[in-house]
Write a protein of this length. Structure first.
Length: 135
């Protein structure tokens, strides 16, 4: 699920999620340290979800799709890195650098699910995000 602003900033659309955007979107630059960190976060989140829902066909299908359709995902999965529940990363939506902080949260009402909350890490990024929200 994504809100309207996330859809404008990250090109997220119905049927797309952060995992498919990170590993399958052809416009994402996978050579940056920002991408590697985002891939660490996505991989850690998927691992945590699979630990709690190992029999869930949707998660298994997603991991299977990523493993077969992305050259990077199997390497990322095999190298295993846990970025922790909080941190920062940089991304480049629409070619503009945006610095974001994130927090991974486990909602009490939805055991086994992970909410990824992000916010601007600096004034420059906040201004870019505000401009996206105005469009």
């Amino acid at each position: 699920a994504a809100n309207a602003q996330a859809m404008r900033v990250m090109r997220v659309r119905r049927g797309c999620n952060l995992a498919t955007l990170t590993f399958l979107d052809r416009e994402v630059d996978r050579t940056t340290s920002a991408w590697r960190h985002a891939a660490d976060v996505v991989t850690a989140t998927l691992r945590a979800a699979l630990r709690g829902h190992g029999e869930d066909g949707h998660f298994l299908d997603l991991v299977g799709t990523l493993a077969t359709a992305s050259a990077e995902f199997p390497r990322q999965w095999a190298r295993w890195s846990d970025p922790g529940p909080q941190g920062s990363f940089r991304c480049f939506p629409r070619g503009q650098e945006v610095a974001l902080h994130y927090a991974l949260m486990q909602p009490i009402a939805a055991p086994g699910h992970t909410l990824v909350y992000t916010w601007a890490a600096d004034e420059h990024s906040e201004a870019i995000l505000a401009a996206y929200g105005a469009n």
